[in-house]
Design a binder for this molecule. Structure first.
Ligand code: C5P
Length: 225
């Protein structure tokens, strides 16, 4: 059974998450937020009191953790072992933990099957860093979304402000630069565009313009009408 897949990879703050949600909604396809899975492994490790260098323990958790994602109106909802962790996995600390555990090959290997299980009819939009290169190399359309580090830090700043949490723009810029460096230089599944990816720079574009461009690409490839 071959399920059509659109992969959306790129660095933090490039707009992948919003783009993926818009396109999944347009197509009526399922959505995989793979970053949430890495965030959940980090959080589950903290909840179980695992050591910060316990690679095998985190890899076992990646397979065993009980994760549920909301659907429809509750699409944002994330449950870990039955507990609502929707906000807990979105903090800067959870992002740092995710990036730390994501650099470990056994954790990445343990999450592979869980991610591939999201490929269900009528189709899947998969959002992450290695969706087009490692997890779904056979994807029908691969998008790699970039934006300047400055614009990405500003978007994150505005997002946090909207949620009512304070943050300093310079601290966020530093955080983004550090996370980019760690994600792009790690030995396993580094953040790079797939050879056959469509690279889109969203620096000067609105999210609506980016979505229109990707929807048109999908239409040209016969993924939807
Ligand atoms: O996308 P998000 O910011 O939620 O991802 C959190 C972290 O998880 C990233 O900084 C990255 O280190 C890691 N990640 C990854 N591979 C993915 C998705 C996320 O390594 N496919």
């Amino acid at each position: 059974m071959s399920v059509p897949i659109l992969t959306v990879d790129g660095p933090s703050g490039s707009g992948k998450g919003t783009l993926s949600r818009i396109v999944a909604h347009h197509a009526g396809w399922h959505l995989l937020d793979s970053g949430a899975l890495y965030r959940l492994v980090g959080l589950a490790g903290r909840k179980r009191g695992l050591g910060e260098d316990d690679i095998e323990g985190h890899a076992r958790l990646a397979v065993a953790m009980d994760v549920r994602f909301g659907v429809g109106q509750e699409a944002e909802l994330v449950l870990l072992d039955g507990q609502d962790v929707t906000d807990a996995i979105r903090t800067e600390e959870a992002g740092r933990d995710a990036s730390r555990v994501a650099a470990w090959p056994p954790v990445r290997a343990s999450l592979l099957e869980r991610q591939r299980a999201f490929a269900q009819p009528p189709g899947l939009v998969a959002d992450g860093r290695d969706m087009g290169t490692v997890v779904f190399p056979e994807a029908a359309l691969k998008v790699f979304l970039t934006a300047s580090a400055q614009v990405r830090a500003l978007r994150r700043y505005n997002q946090l402000k909207e949620k009512g949490s304070g943050a300093s723009l310079s601290a966020l810029s530093r955080e983004i630069a550090e996370r980019d460096a760690r994600d792009s230089t790690r030995a396993v599944a580094p953040l790079v565009p797939a050879r056959d990816a469509e690279v889109i720079d969203s620096t000067g574009l609105s999210i609506g313009e980016v979505a229109a461009c990707v929807i048109e690409l999908g239409r040209q490839r016969g993924l939807w009408t």
